[in-house]
Every structure is written in structure tokens, then in C-alpha cells.
Design a protein around this ligand. Structure first.
Ligand SMILES: [Ca+2]
Ligand SMILES: [Ca+2]
Ligand SMILES: [Ca+2]
Length: 265
């Protein structure tokens, strides 16, 4: 009976450590409820701007499904806006309250889990040339392409992020030969503002929606941008890999052996 209880405890510990593999979001931003988009100028929040693509087409309308058809694309409520689970990352003031402003430092600590991504939509003149990927935050020249120019709506990708990237951010390279970064701390960013807006659906663990602007701020009537030039759904942890399950099983077996040795010895 005692052996069984020990095994159960060990198995639970192994499962718990496997579940902790999710990459960890690092940012000074604060998760904030997504308001009804209105596309006014100046935009508030920063992503809720008018768009050169037409009325009611910025990233907010696409991700909440509040404009049902945009450029022939049938939108859906990706964020659970109707269920009040929709949030975006906002800059915060001194007291910690959201300001609706751009967040310039968003990256992840790499816990060597699996990652996957899905390209939701691109509404941009550069849609056939923009390149999206992840970069090594400690050595930003190290980059891994996730979606190259020809990748379009519905394209899938699955990781992992290279083990050498202890932390990673996201980048977007445009045909103007400039690269925007989700964390502007260690790089020369062409904008003073980040060109990335991060959203989430609080009912989906470890899943983030990354909305990107491919032009420099300010963009005329788009102000800081419409952030619909590429929108990606990213999942930063995969189901428990088989090798880890094997490792967990191995540890349990070894522990069981040790227990038996102590008992016999
Ligand atoms: Ca593309
Ligand atoms: Ca744009
Ligand atoms: Ca656009």
C-alpha cells in the first residue's frame, strides 16, 4: 500500500511538472478588457484606429467578430468578446491602471515546451512579402521564420522554438527592409512604438493573438496603425510530448526500485 501511495505522489509530481512547461509571458503591460471597437481617431486603445482598408476593419473588429465580413473574410469572435473573456495588453500608468497605450516590451521565457501558430488573416499591400517569426531576445540576429511572404490565411506552423533561445520575442520584416520587434529593449526598432498588439481569450490557456502593423508610426489617418496587416494565433505550449511521458515513467520506476532496495537492504 505504501509503495502505491509513493508512486501516485511521484506520478502526480511528474504530471504537474510537465504541465508547467508553458512558456512564460514577460511584459510590463497589463491585461485589460477589450472595449467595443469604434475606429475613431485618435485611437483608444491604440489598436482601435481607422484603417486605410475601409471602415470598421482594424484588428479589434476582426478578433471580436463585431464586423462580420471584412475583405471577403467572415470574422469570428476569437477572443470570446461576447462572453467577456476578451483582453489586450495595455500600457499602465504609475498606479498600475491601463492607459490604452502601446506596450513595447513583450517576450516569452522559453520553457522548452512545444509551440504552434496559425495565420488568421493578412489585410495589407505587403501581405505577400511580410515575414513573421521569433527571435532570440539575447541575440536578436538569431531568427526563426514562422510565416514567410507566400504564407497566407490559414497557414499553420508548429515549433519548437530553438533550445538556445532562453527567451524569445516576435518580429515582422517588411519589403521596406525594416524589422519591427515585440520587445524593443535590446534592439534598434524603426519605431518608437511597438508594431505588435497582444490579445487573449481568458478561456484559452497559453494562447495569444498577435496583431501586427507593418508601417511606421504615424500612418496618416491610420494613426498608429490598424494592426490587421497580419494577425496570428499563437499557442506557446503543446500537449505533453511522448519523450517527457517516458521520462516521467522512468523516474517513477527508478523511485520504485529505490524504495524496494531500501526495504530489502
Ligand atoms: Ca503572407
Ligand atoms: Ca496597417
Ligand atoms: Ca491593413
Amino acid at each position: 500500500m505504501k509503495l502505491r501511495i509513493s508512486l501516485l505522489v511521484l506520478l502526480t509530481m511528474c504530471l504537474a511538472s510537465s504541465m508547467a512547461l508553458a512558456d512564460i509571458l514577460q511584459t510590463s503591460g497589463v491585461w485589460t478588457s477589450v472595449p467595443a471597437p469604434d475606429g475613431s481617431n485618435p485611437p483608444s486603445p491604440f489598436w482601435d484606429s481607422p484603417s486605410l482598408d475601409g471602415g470598421n476593419t482594424n484588428a479589434g473588429y476582426i478578433l471580436t467578430g463585431t464586423n462580420t465580413s471584412i475583405n471577403g473574410y467572415t470574422t469570428q469572435d476569437w477572443l470570446g468578446y461576447g462572453n467577456s473573456t476578451a483582453q489586450y495588453l495595455s500600457a499602465k500608468d504609475g498606479s498600475g491602471s491601463p492607459t490604452g497605450g502601446v506596450v513595447n516590451n513583450v517576450y516569452f521565457s522559453n520553457n522548452l515546451g512545444g509551440q504552434s501558430a496559425y495565420l488568421i488573416i493578412e489585410i495589407a499591400g505587403y501581405k505577400d512579402k511580410n515575414i513573421f517569426g521569433i527571435y532570440d531576445r539575447n541575440l536578436p540576429a538569431n531568427k526563426t521564420v514562422i510565416f514567410d511572404g507566400p504564407a497566407g490565411q490559414g497557414a499553420p506552423w508548429s515549433g519548437p522554438v530553438p533550445i538556445s533561445y532562453t527567451s524569445y520575442g516576435f518580429y515582422l520584416t517588411t519589403p521596406e527592409n525594416i524589422t519591427f520587434y515585440s520587445d524593443t529593449t535590446n534592439v534598434t526598432n524603426p519605431d518608437t512604438n511597438s508594431n505588435f498588439a497582444f490579445f487573449r481569450n481568458t478561456s484559452q490557456a497559453d494562447t495569444f493573438y498577435i496583431a501586427m502593423e507593418d508601417l511606421r508610426d504615424p500612418i496618416g489617418t491610420e494613426n498608429k496603425g490598424d494592426y490587421n496587416d497580419m494577425i496570428v494565433k499563437a499557442h506557446v505550449v503543446a500537449p505533453i510530448p511522448g519523450s517527457l511521458l517516458l521520462l516521467g515513467t522512468g523516474l517513477v520506476s527508478l523511485a520504485g526500485l529505490g524504495w524496494r532496495r531500501r526495504k530489502n537492504g
